[in-house]
Write a protein that binds this ligand. Structure first.
Ligand SMILES: Nc1ncnc2c1ncn2[C@@H]1O[C@H](COP(=O)(O)OP(=O)(O)O)[C@@H](O)[C@H]1O
Ligand SMILES: [Mg+2]
Length: 514
């Protein structure tokens, strides 16, 4: 409202002034109001924009929730949220399906104690929790769990611990995959791998066994050929020797008769004609008369010895005996010793090897005689080898010490007499025990453990085949149902102990011994 001077009564100058002032303040106020109005309009616009933004955000939130729900509902993995105490907070349909429940709701209702109801080994749950506690997450944690119907499946879990802003544990959440098929294929793969490995090992063993058998057969074949040769020679010599022995008796008788007759001639014709006298002197008749019976005697001794050797050779080879027979064990040992006689007597730098026989009172033993003789041969040859080795070592030592002694006057040392002791006895009434003991260098534990392995030898190439003891072991254990043991220590000599039943009872029939 405007106030003009014309409308005011005279003398009211103050009034006019007042009115002008009022007008001025009115204009100011109007301006203020207009500005406030503008501001209000601006604010309304802003709040409308905020409102729209909120609406947009709400829609986006809804969309996101929808998206995540869809993922949760349709995921191929089982998804869960659980309390640290072992209850489900949520589970998706896949988890329900994996665990065999009709719906997540059913799972949540029925599966209320995860540790006891779910895990086949409840301690797996504790380990799972322990890992989550210490590392806040686990990945591909595999366990066996029960489905609702009681069947067992393998699952793999990956999970994390969810905490509030203060770090307090709220719950666990994660994924579950059914890995039963993979586990099954892994198990069957492992099984077939094991089977393959086992088969490969069996094949390897079979191959080894085959190689051993082949070599042992070869060795046995050799021994058998040798046996046949020995038996053949023994047989061939036997006839002429018997023939000689038999005829030597007659020859001796004839010689005695002839000498008696000659003495009768001498008695009745003390003075023979000069021609006879000359001839008697030429042949040294007196010496002949004295020496002839002695010559015949030593021929008899020689022939008897050949006869004895032939008997021993036949005895040793016994190739005609494929079956067990009652045998005099001592005779077998003696025949073997006789064949080894040359190695036992002193020769060159080797002294005589003493053989001490401590034979017990043995009955006849039913066994494979030629095979058993092979064992005696192997054990006695080994003992002789060992003693010779010791002698060679001592000789070397003596050489060194004699060189030394010539320098420093140290006397030579003399070792004990190389000796092989053979003991026989019966035990438990129906077993025989034969021990072959030498005072040679003995063996270390490591060597003792290997001696019965085929091809194990400590002897130089050409001297040892490493088959003697493995064949002997087979002969004693498999052919006779007995045992062959070795007791030995370095510098303590060696003892081999054979134990066989009086009646052979072969347990296995590994190698055919022909
Ligand atoms: N009486 C023994 N004294 C010391 N070592 C022995 C004796 N008998 C056997 N051995 C050891 O056992 C090994 C295996 O013997 P063996 O199977 O007969 O094979 P080889 O005599 O061909 O070496 C020998 O090389 C030797 O090391
Ligand atoms: Mg040997």
């Amino acid at each position: 409202m405007f106030v003009s001077n014309e409308s005011l009564p005279p003398g009211s100058a103050n009034w006019v002034k007042y009115c002008k002032k009022l007008e001025k303040s009115l204009v100011l106020r109007t301006k203020q109001l207009t500005r406030a109005n503008q501001e209000l309009a601006e604010r309304i616009a802003v709040s409308e924009a905020v409102c729209m933004e909120n609406q947009r955000l709400e829609e986006a939130l809804l969309q996101a929730q929808e998206k995540y729900r869809s993922i949760f509902e349709n995921a191929v993995e089982g998804i869960f949220q659980t309390t640290p105490e072992g209850c489900y907070l949520s589970a998706n349909p896949t988890l329900a399906r994996i665990y065999g429940y009709e719906s997540p709701k059913a799972l949540l209702e029925k599966l209320t104690d995860i540790e006891c109801q779910l895990y086949v080994e409840p301690e797996r749950r504790q380990q799972f929790i322990e890992q989550l506690r210490s590392q806040d997450s686990v990945s591909e944690f595999e366990s066996q769990v029960y489905r609702q119907d009681g069947s067992i499946i393998w699952i793999s879990e990956s999970a994390r611990a969810v905490r509030d802003s203060l770090g307090n544990l709220l719950y666990y959440e994660g994924f579950v995959t059914d890995v039963t098929k993979r586990k099954q294929s892994e198990a069957s793969l492992r099984k077939s791998q094991m089977q393959f490995k086992k088969q490969a090992e069996e094949l390897q063993l079979a191959l080894q066994k085959l190689q051993q058998t082949q070599s042992q057969l070869l060795q046995t074949e050799k021994m058998s050929s040798l046996g046949q040769l020995v038996a053949g020679i023994a047989h061939e010599i036997n006839n002429p020797v018997n023939f000689m022995c038999g005829n030597l008796l007659h020859a001796r008788q004839y010689a005695e008769d002839l000498l008696e007759l000659f003495q009768l001639y001498a008695k009745h014709y003390p003075q023979p004609v000069p021609e006879i006298q000359a001839a008697a002197e030429a042949i040294d008749l007196d010496f002949i008369i004295k020496d002839f019976p002695q010559t015949l005697s030593s021929m008899q001794i020689g022939a008897d010895r050949v006869h004895q050797i032939v008997q021993s050779l036949r005895n040793f080879s016994r190739i005609d005996e494929a079956q067990t027979k009652p045998v005099d064990i001592h005779q077998g040992i003696d025949s073997t010793l006789l064949i080894l006689h040359n190695r036992l007597k002193a020769r060159g730098t080797y002294p005589t090897i003493a053989v001490l026989k401590e034979y017990g009172d043995l009955p006849l033993v039913e066994c494979y005689a030629s095979l058993l003789n092979q064992v005696f041969m192997n054990l006695l040859s080994n003992a002789i080898d060992a003693l010779e080795q010791e002698i060679e070592k001592e000789d070397k030592g003596a050489e060194n010490s004699s060189q030394l002694s010539s320098l420093s006057q140290i006397p030579n040392s003399q070792g004990p007499i190389p000796t092989i002791r053979i003991r026989t006895d019966t035990i438990r009434n129906d077993w025989v025990v034969i021990s072959i003991i030498d005072n040679g260098p003995g063996m270390s534990d490591e060597v003792v453990r290997k001696i019965f392995e085929p091809f194990f030898t400590t002897k130089p190439i050409g001297k040892g085949t490493g088959l003697g003891l493995s064949i002997s072991h087979q002969i004693i254990v498999e052919k006779h149902g007995g045992t062959l043991r070795c007791i030995s220590a370095p510098q303590q000599g060696t003892k081999f102990v054979i134990e066989i039943p009086l009646r052979a009872s072969a347990t296995k029939s590994g190698v055919s011994w022909g």
